[in-house]
Design a protein around this ligand. Structure first.
Ligand SMILES: [Zn+2]
Length: 357
């Protein structure tokens, strides 16, 4: 089969977005799209291309002082009656239009078009961002070929609706448990009800005042929420066990250790077990390429509230920002779409930033 990513398609970020959406690539099924992307990049004389599993990396070696990464994930969430892409007016609909094949289109378009960018550029197209971390292409490469990710600055082309979202919040999941004593509910005074004891956990959550933290001019708004509750034995038994699962989204001025200490303090007299903990990322606006990028965009950055792979770059010591045309509120939505005008605007910003002044 002929590669659908033809030179004419590659020259136009909008046509390229559509062509990429039309290559189905639900997580763990990225081989076809990775094959086509690799095929394109291997044909570009100013790039050296590498592949690891279904992650493809291509980079320039112009001897510039600074290197930047443009990164996008190739996978999508499962299709939901939204494949292939359709266009209605200025909107392109389809699985992955927003999250994030419009962003991938930027990187692939620029990889081919920019023969002499002002920085050395590493273009990174990776697999399995939408599922467990163990499959994530960025994670796998950071283990197998960490040098592929070496850079002074990274831009993740995730959906931000055309603004710059800086850093990201961390996330912690924990179970908060209460214990009691089982008894027949007809003689409940012989027991201690663990579900009733969980009432105090819920009252603390209800009364909790989440922080709003400003770092480098970006506001991060925290949240501590119950996301699941488990308890109960049978319809005639006083339960001896109840657990409330809580999720704490914390601003990047807190380390994972500090976040854990905070949750343990809030629930000091309960059994707390941490089940998942991922660090946030500071905004990282000081690096020269970040400053030049912000100047090219021309609007002030805001704090990223969700967790994204910028945290992986931050953990490697590389400042990273999020910037893409899609609306993050439409990601994973059956009605997912992207504004065609926003694709063109963002592509112009990136060209302005990466072109030699
Ligand atoms: Zn995404």
């Amino acid at each position: 089969m002929k590669n659908p990513l033809t030179p004419e398609v590659l020259a136009d970020p909008v046509a390229l977005t559509r062509a990429l959406v039309d290559i189905e690539s639900v997580s763990r099924n990225e081989k076809a799209i990775a094959d086509w992307v690799e095929d394109v990049l291997r044909g570009v004389p100013h790039l050296t291309t590498y592949r690891y599993s279904n992650t493809v990396m291509a980079r320039t070696s112009l001897g510039r002082d600074q290197r930047v990464v443009l990164a996008g994930h190739l996978d999508t969430v499962p299709i939901n009656n939204n494949f292939p892409a359709t266009v209605r007016g200025d909107l392109m609909y389809g699985c992955g239009t927003s999250d994030m094949k419009s962003g991938v289109a930027y990187a692939l378009h620029l990889a081919v078009a920019l023969t002499e960018p002002r920085y050395d550029v590493t273009y990174f197209f990776y697999e399995a961002e939408e599922i467990e971390s163990a499959y994530n292409g960025l994670f796998l490469v950071s283990e197998a070929h960490p040098e592929w990710l070496t850079a002074d600055f990274a831009l993740l082309l995730e959906p931000t609706h055309g603004i710059v979202e800086a850093g990201c919040q961390g996330t912690l999941r924990a179970t908060v448990g209460t214990s009691g004593v089982r008894a027949h509910s007809a003689r409940s005074w012989h027991g201690v009800n663990a579900i009733h004891a969980a009432g105090e956990v819920l009252r603390r959550l209800e009364a909790y005042e989440a922080r709003r933290v400003t770092v480098d001019g970006c506001e991060y708004r925290e949240g501590l929420n119950a996301v699941r509750i488990n308890g109960g034995v049978a319809g005639n038994v006083v339960p001896d066990r109840c657990t409330v699962e809580v999720n704490y989204r914390f601003a990047p001025d807190r380390s994972p250790e500090q976040a854990e200490a905070h949750v343990r303090e809030v629930f000091a007299d309960f059994e707390v077990a941490i089940t998942d903990l991922a660090s946030g990322a500071l905004p990282g606006l000081e690096a020269a390429p970040a400053q030049e990028f912000l100047a090219a965009v021309g609007t002030a950055p805001v704090g990223k509230l969700g967790w994204t792979d910028v945290a992986r770059f931050a953990a490697l010591g590389t400042p990273a920002l999020n910037f893409g045309p899609g609306d993050p509120n439409l990601a994973h939505h059956p009605d997912e779409h992207v504004e065609i005008g926003k694709i063109r605007d963002g592509a112009a910003v990136l060209r302005r930033w990466l072109s030699v002044a």
